[in-house]
Ligand binder design. Structure first.
Ligand code: PLP
Length: 381
């Protein structure tokens, strides 16, 4: 009965990791998958997380019973405060709803399902959903799989000037159908590492409000971009001040419908991660320690950006490399074209996405010379 199942295309970023793992070269470097690595190239369990895990294991009052469908209440409230700020009018006016989801992808799925079911009418599959061009590739598929038939790109990246195409972006906001849904990256845009400035966000907000567009923020990297939770949440908080974005009361009906969606998707979420977060965020000392850990990661990325740019400039690699330090977050959109990327992978054992995106955390003080030299050769050969 399964003989007709067609082969699905591999997911690019996982295929890249597989190719990297199979590569026997001692020089190999993985700049593909978006995960933090230490200067030794190793995954890092945050020290505060290790500490809190031990506290949880020793706490005899905890058990493995089901959590509520919408998740651990202390997690939901502390996560809302991290995103919106302690003094958020939206929280005080009871306009905020929170669901503990399975990762960022689960959150996108819940949001997309809810919107398809209830935004602009019941089972609304026709509302256009706009995602940035380019975007994290899964955005398209998550909204399409939730039943939206019209997922479109909006202008975002100007390849020529290696920066934000603000005029194009604003133009799409002006010309799209009213009440369209726009998926925005809260900070550290994936894959370009290029965010609007605060002034530009204000312009974007003005058009979105005037044209009654629906703002859907995907916030995957708060704190990691600049090292400051406040700075990275600026756009989300600016938008959340406005009641005109349809963030009215967190109506009981909304929660009840969210529960129904969760119930038929994962029924109720796992507890361990939520407990770690809730314990950390609800203790001033642990919270301070966590912020410090996050800053350690953000600072390492900033250092790698500065070093990579300096090395390319020292090599005299043609082109400008300012965008490497101007972009923020985990990723840099290098501007390397697919042929140059192919050369890097096949000849230099440096693995990066075909789009030219690199994970800055894959760089270390030990491999950065090889990476810079490889970029230099790819550009000049
Ligand atoms: N949204 C963006 C912009 C991302 O970059 C990512 C991760 O790559 C996600 C969502 C998904 O997050 P998670 O891996 O927690 O599902």
């Amino acid at each position: 009965v399964f003989s007709e199942v067609p082969q699905a295309a591999p997911v690019a970023v996982f295929k890249l990791t597989q190719d990297f793992t199979n590569d026997q070269s001692p020089q190999k470097v993985n700049l593909g998958v978006g995960a933090y690595r230490t200067d030794e190239g190793k995954p890092w369990i945050l020290p505060v997380v290790k500490k809190v895990e031990k506290l949880i294991v020793q706490d005899d009052s905890l058990n493995h019973e089901y959590l509520p469908i919408l998740g651990l209440p202390e997690f939901r409230s502390s996560a809302s405060k991290i995103a919106l700020g302690d003094d958020s009018p939206a929280i005080h006016e009871n306009r905020v709803g929170a669901v503990q989801c399975l990762g960022g992808t689960g959150a996108l799925k819940m949001g997309a399902e809810f919107l398809r079911r209830f935004y602009n009418g019941n089972n609304n599959t026709k509302t256009p959903v706009y995602v940035s061009a380019p975007t994290w590739e899964n955005h398209n598929a998550v909204f399409a799989n939730a039943g939206f038939e019209d997922v479109r790109p909006y202008k975002y990246w100007d390849a020529e000037k290696r920066g934000l195409d603000l005029a194009g972006f604003l133009g799409d906001l002006e010309s799209c159908p009213e009440r369209s849904i726009f998926v925005l990256h809260a900070c550290a845009h994936n894959p370009t590492g290029t965010d609007p400035t605060q002034e530009q966000w204000k312009q974007i907000a003005e058009v979105m409000m005037r044209r009654k567009l629906f703002v859907f923020f995907d916030s995957a990297y708060q704190g990691f971009a600049s090292g400051s939770l406040e700075k990275d949440a600026w756009a989300v908080r600016y938008f959340s001040f406005s009641k005109n974005f349809g963030l009215y009361n967190e109506r009981v009906a909304n929660s009840s419908q969210m529960e129904k969606i969760v119930r038929t998707t994962w029924s109720n979420p796992p507890s361990q991660g939520a407990r770690i977060v809730a314990v950390t965020l609800n203790s001033p000392e642990l919270f301070a320690e966590w912020k410090d850990n996050v800053k350690t990661m953000a600072d390492r990325v900033l250092l790698m950006r500065a070093q990579l740019k300096a090395k390319l400039q020292a090599l005299g690699t043609p082109g400008t490399w300012d965008h490497i330090t101007e972009q923020i977050g985990m990723f840099s959109f290098t501007g390397l074209n697919p042929k140059q990327v192919e050369y890097m992978v096949n000849e230099k054992h440096v693995y990066l996405m075909a789009s030219g995106r690199i994970n800055m955390c894959g760089l270390t003080t030990k491999n950065i010379d090889h990476v810079a030299q490889s970029i230099h050769e790819a550009v000049t050969k």
